[in-house]
Design a binder for this molecule. Structure first.
Ligand SMILES: Nc1ncnc2c1ncn2[C@@H]1O[C@H](COP(=O)(O)OP(=O)(O)OP(=O)(O)O)[C@@H](O)[C@H]1O
Length: 541
C-alpha cells in the first residue's frame, strides 16, 4: 500500500499545498531539535564542568526557551494545518466525486457506496492529515539529518544508530501488512452494514406490513457485530504495534546510551558531544515510532481516499464526447438497436423504428419486453451495445448527455418528488401547469408539503403530480413510462385528454397499455422478442 496516493495530490489542490508546507515545517522542526540538543549540552557542560554562572549562561538559556517555543509552535502549526487540510481535501474530493457521479452516472456505483465514501470515508482523512502526514515528513527528514550530524561529530555513535534504526521500519512493515488486511476487511464490513441498513430503511413500510421487522433487526445486529469485530481487530493490531515499536525504540536508545557511557568512562569521548548524542537518540527513533504506530490511521485515510478516488475512475454509463455536437431535436431513428444488461443478457435485439417530430407514439409490450430499457436509451442512461439511435442523422452518442436531456421531459415508472413544498417539487409557478394540476385533480395538493419518498401523499397523487411536472415543461420529447398505471379511470381519461391537447410541436413516446392513451396515439410500436414488431395505426376515437 502506498502511504501517499499520488492521485490524492493530483485531485485535491489542498493536499498538494499541505504536503509542501508540512515538509518545510518538519524540516524546520528537525533543525530546531538539533539546535536545542546542542544548546542544552553546552549549558550543562558550561554550568557543571566550567562553573559558569547564570548571568553568563542567560543568553543560551533564553535561546533554549525560544527554541522550545518555536518547536511547540511548529507542532501546533503541523497539527492544526493538518486538520484544516483534511477538511479542505474532504470538501474538494466530495465535491469532485459527487459531481462525477451525478454527471456521468457510472453504471456500477451503488448509492450506499457513494454515501459511505463521501461521509464516513472523508472523516478518516482527518487523522491521516493531522497526525500521519506530519509525522511521515518528520520520519523522512529527522533520522537521516540526525545520523549525518552525529556522524560528523561522533562516528561510532552514528554507526550504532545505523544498525539499530532499521528495527523500527522492519517491525513497522510487518505490522503494516497485518493492519492493511484488517483495515480493508473493516471497510468492507462498514460498506456491507451501510448497504444493508439503507435497504432496510427504504423498505421499512413493506417490512412492517409483512411483519418482517424483527427478523431484519436481527440481520442488522449481525452486520453490526461483524463491523464491531473488524474494528476491534484493527484496534488490537494498533495496541500491539504501539507496544512492539516502543520496545524497539527503547532498546535502540539503551544501546546508544550504553555505548556512549562506556566510551565516556574509558575517556574516549568528552561530555558535550556525548550529551548531544544522548539527547538526539530518542529524537531519532520517536518520529519513526510515531509514524509506524499511526500506520493504522494512515491505512484508514489512504483506504478512504483511494475509495473516493476510485469512484472518480469509474467509467460513465454512457459515452461523453470530448467535443460534443450541440443537440437539436428532429427525427429520432432506432437503427438495429441492441440493448443488454450484464446479468440478464440481450433485452432489445435489433430494434428499428422512427419517431417523427410532433408524433404521439404508444410503446406496448409484455412486462419485461424492454419498454423501460428503450426509454432509458433515449434518456442516455445507457447506450446501445450495438446499432445506433440518431436524431436527424446524428448519433445520440455525439451529444453531451446532459445537453441532450435538456430537450426531454420524463415521467419514470416510480416517480419521486423532492421533499418540501409540493409546488416547488413539481416546479409549478402557476399558469398552464397549475391548470394541468387542477385538471388532473391535484391542484389543491400544490399548497401541501411532501416528505421523504413521497410521505404524506398517496402513490397515485405522487404519480399525477409527477405527470404535471413532466407535461408542464415545454420539452421537445416527452417520455412517459406507464403514466396511468396508478390512476383511476377518470384520472386516466384526464391524462389522455391532456396528451391530446399538447401543442403540436411536442413529441410524445409513452410506454402504456391504457386503452385511453392508445386512443390518443398516432402510432403504436410493440416490442416483442426484443424487436419493434408492430407498427400499426391506432384506432383514434
Ligand atoms: N438494471 C437491470 N439489470 C438487469 N436486468 C434488468 C435491469 N433492468 C431491467 N432488466 C431486465 O430487462 C428486461 C426488460 O426490462 P424493462 O424494465 O425494460 O421491461 P418493461 O417492458 O419496461 O417491463 P414492465 O412493463 O414490467 O415495466 C427485464 O427482463 C428485466 O428483468
Amino acid at each position: 500500500m502506498r502511504v501517499v496516493d499520488p492521485r490524492l495530490l493530483r485531485h485535491a489542490p489542498s493536499a498538494r499545498r499541505f504536503m509542501v508546507s508540512a515538509g518545510l515545517l518538519a524540516a524546520l522542526s528537525v533543525a530546531v531539535t538539533i539546535a536545542q540538543a546542542v544548546l542544552f549540552a553546552h549549558v550543562v557542560v558550561a554550568a557543571f564542568l566550567d562553573g559558569s554562572g547564570v548571568a553568563t549562561l542567560l543568553p543560551a538559556l533564553l535561546a533554549f526557551g525560544g527554541l522550545a517555543l518555536v518547536r511547540g509552535a511548529l507542532t501546533w502549526a503541523l497539527d492544526s494545518g493538518g486538520n484544516l487540510a483534511a477538511q479542505r481535501v474532504a470538501r474538494e474530493l466530495r465535491a469532485r466525486v459527487l459531481a462525477h457521479v451525478v454527471r456521468t452516472r457510472p453504471a456500477d456505483v451503488a448509492t450506499a457506496e457513494v454515501a459511505t465514501a463521501t461521509t464516513e470515508g472523508t472523516s478518516a482523512l482527518e487523522p491521516y492529515f493531522a497526525r500521519f502526514l506530519p509525522r511521515l515528513w518528520l520520519a523522512v527528514l529527522a533520522p537521516p539529518t540526525i545520523v549525518v550530524w552525529v556522524a560528523v561529530h561522533d562516528l561510532p555513535s552514528a554507526l550504532v544508530m545505523l544498525v539499530t534504526l532499521p528495527l523500527i521500519p522492519v517491525f513497522g512493515v510487518l505490522i503494516g501488512k497485518l493492519t492493511q488486511a484488517r483495515t480493508r476487511a473493516r471497510w468492507q464490513a462498514l460498506s456491507r452494514m451501510s448497504a444493508h441498513f439503507l435497504d432496510v430503511v427504504s423498505g421499512l413500510t413493506t417490512l412492517r406490513v409483512h411483519r418482517r421487522g424483527v427478523a431484519q433487526a436481527r440481520g442488522i445486529a449481525d452486520t453490526t457485530q461483524a463491523y464491531r469485530r473488524e474494528t476491534m481487530g484493527v484496534l488490537r493490531v494498533g495496541f500491539l504495534s504501539a507496544f512492539v515499536l516502543e520496545l524497539a525504540a527503547t532498546v535502540g536508545t539503551a544501546l546508544i546510551a550504553a555505548e556512549i557511557g562506556i566510551r565516556l568512562v574509558a575517556g574516549g569521548l568528552t561530555l558535550q558531544p556525548a550529551l548531544v548524542v544522548l539527547l538526539l537518540a530518542p529524537e531519532l527513533y520517536s518520529p519513526l515510532r510515531a509514524v509506524a504506530a499511526d500506520f493504522h490511521a494512515s491505512a484508514d485515510g489512504v483506504t478512504a481516499a483511494s475509495r473516493l478516488l476510485d469512484l472518480l475512475r469509474r467509467r460513465p454509463a454512457v459515452a461523453v464526447p470530448q467535443r460534443a455536437t450541440p443537440p437539436r431535436f428532429g427525427v429520432v431513428r432506432f437503427e438495429d438497436v441492441v440493448a443488454a444488461y450484464p446479468e440478464r443478457g440481450t433485452v432489445l435485439d435489433g430494434v428499428n423504428f422512427e419517431l417523427w417530430p410532433g408524433e404521439r407514439v404508444a410503446l406496448v409490450g409484455a412486462s419485461g419486453a424492454g419498454k423501460t430499457t428503450l426509454l432509458a436509451l433515449l434518456l442516455r442512461f445507457a447506450d446501445p451495445v450495438a446499432g445506433r439511435i440518431t436524431v436527424d442523422g446524428v448519433d445520440l452518442r455525439e451529444f453531451d448527455p446532459r445537453e441532450w436531456r435538456r430537450l426531454l421531459t420524463w415521467l419514470p415508472q416510480r416517480p419521486r418528488l423532492r421533499p418540501g413544498a409540493v409546488r416547488d417539487a413539481v416546479l409549478c409557478g402557476g399558469g398552464p401547469q397549475a391548470e394541468l394540476a387542477d385538471r388532473l385533480g391535484v391542484g389543491e395538493l400544490l399548497e401541501r408539503a411532501v416528505g421523504e419518498d413521497g410521505a404524506g401523499l398517496s402513490s397515485g397523487e405522487v404519480s399525477r403530480l409527477a405527470l404535471v411536472r413532466a407535461l408542464g415543461r415545454d420539452a421537445s420529447l416527452t417520455l412517459l413510462d406507464e403514466p396511468t398505471a396508478h390512476l383511476d379511470p377518470a384520472s386516466a381519461a384526464a391524462v389522455a385528454a391532456t396528451l391530446r391537447e399538447l401543442p403540436g410541436h411536442r413529441t410524445v413516446l409513452a410506454a402504456t397499455h391504457d386503452a385511453d392513451l392508445l386512443g390518443v396515439a398516432d402510432r403504436v410500436v410493440e416490442l416483442r422478442d426484443g424487436r419493434a414488431l408492430q407498427r400499426q395505426r391506432a384506432v383514434t376515437s
